[in-house]
Design a protein around this ligand. Structure first.
Ligand SMILES: NC(=O)c1ccc[n+]([C@@H]2O[C@H](COP(=O)([O-])OP(=O)(O)OC[C@H]3O[C@@H](n4cnc5c(N)ncnc54)[C@H](O)[C@@H]3O)[C@@H](O)[C@H]2O)c1
Length: 248
């Protein structure tokens, strides 16, 4: 198959390495930055192009779209309209996706959005264990995700690429990445609580000490449930009373 990798940055190069490792395909690249295009072309020993028109002249069968998130849809649409298969990095920007779906409808092509975590062996194992009833009915789950943005692209200032743009920011990217596999395990999100304004210092925290003590009751119920292996009724946990006066 003739595969055109679009966007030769961090992921585009990784996709090229993956495809080279799989073997058996003719590869080419498309990149707007002259220096990067030439460097990758040299390194990978593949034809590289600076525009889609030129790249279509190479007659690809499929596109691998590894551009920044707000640049996926135009390439996905161009592929779908021409009846070419495409894989795209996870598209956290939905603008233009309706048109892509419409253009692909009824065509005999594979249109594959990236779902990295769904296919991770650890996540597949968790799915199998939970579906097999290994831990009974999951009642509570705590998942903490944090990222250090300067590590994402150590070769450039993180404030200069897509993770720092409001429409394509890092949280916008990572939260759906995680929800992708978490919702497979535990079902769809039904309620959301966020503390963005509090974290920014724009709003005083809505949580009182009483809320915090109530959270301890929930944690105690979880701990007892884990220790006994059976559900615990929150009402059975005594209410914590505290002297909230400030001592000086
Ligand atoms: N699956 C994963 O684990 C994973 C990890 C990191 C990033 N990603 C995804 O991969 C995509 C790319 O991320 P990255 O870290 O490689 O970014 P990057 O900035 O390193 O690479 C993007 C490349 O696309 C080029 N580009 C920009 N606009 C273009 C256009 N219109 N046409 C052609 N090329 C264009 C840029 O010049 C750059 O070389 C993002 O959608 C991101 O969400 C996925």
């Amino acid at each position: 198959m003739r595969i055109l990798v679009v966007g030769l940055g961090s992921m585009g190069r990784r996709r090229l390495r993956n495809l080279t490792h799989l073997g058996g395909h003719d590869l080419a690249g498309l990149e707007l930055l002259d220096a990067r295009r030439e460097e990758v072309g040299r390194e990978a020993g593949i034809p590289v192009f600076g525009s889609l028109e030129e790249a279509f002249g190479w007659e690809p069968d499929a596109l691998v779209i590894s551009t920044p998130p707000d640049q996926h849809a135009p390439y996905a649409l161009a592929a779908a309209e021409r009846g070419l298969h495409f894989f795209t990095e996870a598209s956290v920007v939905t603008t233009g996706m309706e048109e892509v779906i419409e253009a692909a409808r009824g065509k005999d092509i594979v249109t594959a959005p990236s779902c990295t975590m769904r296919f991770h062996p650890a996540c597949a194992k968790l799915r199998a264990l939970i579906a097999g009833g290994a831990i009974g009915k999951p009642l509570t789950f705590t998942h903490h995700v944090g990222q250090w943005l300067p590590d994402w692209h150590p070769w450039e200032d993180y404030r200069t690429f897509y993770v720092a743009k409001r429409e394509t920011g890092a949280a916008r990217e990572i939260v759906p990445f995680e929800l992708n596999w978490l919702t497979q395990l535990f079902g769809p999100v039904t309620e959301l609580n966020a503390f963005v304004d509090v974290a920014r210092g724009d709003t005083p925290s809505p949580c009182t000490v009483a809320d915090a003590l109530e959270a301890f009751r929930t944690a105690e119920a979880c701990a007892r449930s884990m220790a006994t292996g059976s559900p615990v009724d929150l009402a059975s946990i005594p209410t914590v009373r505290a002297d909230l006066s400030v001592r000086t």
